[in-house]
Design a protein. Structure first.
Length: 281
């Protein structure tokens, strides 16, 4: 059922995702709107919400571990020369309004709040499109504007001293199964070969489903992929891979990721064909 706080995305009349705008979550999980469950056209769930291994993983959304020292990812904060540390520094993304709402998508305004102040204002555009009778595409764009009077910067555990942990930005927590999903790009296979590398697209293939992710703008394609498969299944696009990303007052950072959600296990050729179609729409 669609409610004002949880609209349902539909493709060809079929529900494929629920969007929760005002989740009731503890502060340490960095409360924020998210998509969950997201499903294939056949109804297989391909997201997880607050799994036991990472309670702060919330389906599909935008999560950033360091905005000028504030944690919009959830959980512990990585402190240089100290490691993951519990800090009272969590922010929240607050839904302001829908500028547009249709069965197949929406345009939303959000406020990123920490310590009682608004740091960023976000415009989020989400659209769902049918590709074939067994695949659809989720087109997800976020634009972050610095609304403070001074410069802000976005960081990650990697920029704070933890190698290989450049997570932060668009993030998809996928379905965890008994066997780790396969992960591949146009030219590489396996988590160790694709994590922290750039690629035109990246696929995560589970038992009966496949997700194919692609940066849909030149700037988004410059961001390396953050990939987990063995420990847990998750894919993100790294905003702050090797250095902090500054946002001057009034400036806006924009990223767009398109994801194919398919029934069945796609091979490299099948993944490439569907993501090409999805990005060209």
């Amino acid at each position: 059922m669609t409610t004002p706080d949880s609209p349902v995305l539909r493709v060809a009349g079929r529900p494929v995702g629920r969007y929760v705008t005002r989740p009731e979550l503890p502060a340490r999980l960095s409360p924020r709107p998210y998509l969950h469950p997201v499903t294939t056209l056949a109804g297989t769930a391909v997201t997880e919400l607050s799994p036991a291994d990472h309670l702060h993983h919330l389906g599909v959304g935008v999560a950033v571990p360091d905005v000028e020292g504030f944690n919009f990812w959830g959980g512990r904060t990585y402190v240089r020369d100290q490691g993951p540390t519990e800090l009272d520094n969590h922010g929240a993304q607050r839904h302001s309004s829908f500028q547009l709402r249709d069965p197949d998508g929406f345009v939303e305004e959000l406020r990123w709040i920490a310590a009682g102040a608004e740091l960023l204002r976000e415009r989020r555009t989400v659209a769902a499109t049918e590709l074939t009778d067994v695949a659809w595409a989720l087109d997800f764009t976020f634009s972050l504007t610095n609304v403070t009077s001074g410069p802000l910067s976005i960081g990650s555990p990697a920029t704070n001293g933890r190698p290989g942990a450049a997570y932060g930005g668009f993030f998809w927590r996928a379905r965890k199964e008994d066997r780790a999903p396969d992960v591949f790009t146009p030219s590489a296979d396996g988590e160790s070969e694709v994590h922290a590398h750039r690629a035109d697209w990246l696929a995560l293939a589970g038992s009966t489903w496949t997700l194919v992710f692609a940066g849909a703008t030149e700037q988004t394609r410059r961001d390396p992929w953050f990939v987990r498969a063995g420990e847990y299944p998750g894919v993100g696009s790294s905003l702050a891979h090797t250095e902090r990303v500054p946002i001057a007052p009034g400036d806006t950072l924009v990223r767009r990721v398109v994801t194919v959600v398919a029934d069945g296990r796609l091979d490299r050729g099948g993944a490439a064909a569907l993501i090409r179609k999805a990005v060209s729409l």
